[in-house]
Design a protein around this ligand. Structure first.
Ligand code: NAP
Length: 268
C-alpha cells in the first residue's frame, strides 16, 4: 500500500534509538523527509547515517538531525531555528522523550512531578501548539504521541508516567476533536506495551532488582505474561506509526492505539 506521504516533512523526537528510531525508519521507508531529535549527538548522527543508507530505496528523502532536549523551551527553539530543519512547516510530528524514572510515590517531590509533566505531557502539548495551526492551513497534519500502555493499565513502579501521560491523553481527546479535525489534522496516541528497547530493559531490571534474577530470566518472565509470548519489535511499532501518518488514516483521530501483543486484558 502506498501511504501517500512521500515528500512530506516529519519531526521525529527521541529518534536516535528505540521506538522513536523505529518511527523515523518507517517514515523514511515511505519517502518522508525526516528531522531527527535526540540529546546526544553521537548516536543521533549514527542513526541518521543508518537512515540515509535506507533512504536510497525510498526515493532519497532527506534525513537531517538536531541534537537538543525536546523537553525544554530552549531545546524546542533550537529545533525550530536550526538550519538543519525546514522551520515549522512540518506535516508530521512524532512526539517522544524519555519516560520518567521508576520509583515509589513517597520519594517524589514537586520537582519530580514537574519534570515528569514537562517530559511526557507539556512537551507534546507545546509541539502540538507550535505545529497544528500551520498543518491546518496547509490541509494536512499527522501528530502521533508515543505514550504508554500505562494510561490504560497503570504500571506499579511508574507512577510518574501513569500520571503525566494520562494528563496528555485527556488533552489530546479534546484537541483532536477541535476545528483541527475538519482540516485533515489528526492527533493520536500510540501506546506501546513491551518493546525491546534500552528503556524497557532498564525498567524491567529495576522492577526485578533485589530478586537476584538475571535480566534474561526477567525478560522471559515478562514475555510469559504477553499473549503474543514475545516483546514487540521497534520496527513494527514504527510501521503502525507510519500508517497513522498516512493519507489513508485521515479518519482516525483522537484515538489511543495499543500495541502490546494482547497484554492489556480489557475488552475495550
Ligand atoms: P529508549 O530506547 O531509551 O530511546 C529513547 C530515545 O529518546 C533516545 O533516542 C533518546 O536519546 C531520546 N530522548 C530521550 N529523552 C529525550 C529528550 N528529552 N529530548 C530529545 N530526545 C530524547 O526508549 P524507548 O523504549 O524507545 O521509549 C520511548 C518512550 O516510550 C519513553 O517515553 C518510554 O517510557 C515509552 N514507553 C516505552 C515502552 C517500551 O516497551 N519500550 C513501553 C511503554 C512506554 P538521548 O538519550 O540521546 O536524548
Amino acid at each position: 500500500m502506498d501511504f501517500g506521504i512521500a515528500g512530506k516533512w516529519a519531526l521525529v523526537c527521541g529518534a536516535s534509538k528505540g521506538l522513536g528510531f523505529g518511527c523515523a525508519h518507517a517514515l523514511v521507508r515511505e519517502g518522508v523527509n525526516v528531522v531527527l531529535v535526540a540529546r546526544t549527538a553521537g548516536p543521533l548522527e549514527a542513526a541518521a547515517e543508518q537512515l540515509r543508507a535506507e533512504a536510497a530505496v525510498a526515493g532519497n528523502p532527506q534525513v537531517l538531525c538536531v541534537a537538543a532536549d525536546i523537553t525544554t523551551e530552549e531545546g524546542r527553539a533550537t529545533v525550530f531555528a536550526s538550519p538543519q530543519g525546514p522551520g515549522v512547516d512540518y506535516d508530521i510530528c512524532v512526539t517522544n522523550a524519555a519516560g520518567p524514572p521508576p520509583g515509589n510515590f513517597r520519594d517524589w517531590d514537586r520537582q519530580a512531578w514537574l519534570n515528569a509533566l514537562d517530559g511526557n505531557m507539556l512537551t507534546p502539548i507545546a509541539l502540538i501548539r507550535a505545529m497544528a495551526d500551520g498543518m491546518a492551513k496547509r490541509g494536512f497534519g499527522r501528530i502521533v504521541n508515543i505514550t504508554s500502555v500505562a494510561v490504560k493499565a497503570p504500571i506499579g513502579n511508574l507512577g510518574l508516567s501513569n500520571g503525566a501521560r494520562s494528563g496528555l491523553t485527556g488533552f489530546v481527546a479534546g484537541v483532536a476533536r477541535s476545528d483541527l479535525a475538519a482540516r485533515n489534522v489528526t492527533i493520536n496516541n500510540l501506546l506501546p506495551g513491551y518493546f525491546s528497547t534500552e528503556r524497557l530493559r532498564a525498567t524491567i531490571e529495576h522492577a526485578g532488582s533485589g530478586t537476584g534474577e538475571t535480566l534474561d530470566t526477567l525478560l522471559e518472565r515478562q514475555c510469559a505474561t504477553i499473549p503474543a509470548r514475545r516483546l514487540g519489535d521497534p520496527q513494527e511499532f514504527g510501521e503502525i506509526c507510519a500508517f497513522l501518518c498516512s493519507r489513508q488514516a485521515s479518519y482516525i483521530t483522537g484515538q489511543n492505539i495499543l500495541a502490546d501483543g494482547g497484554a492489556y486484558p480489557g475488552t475495550f
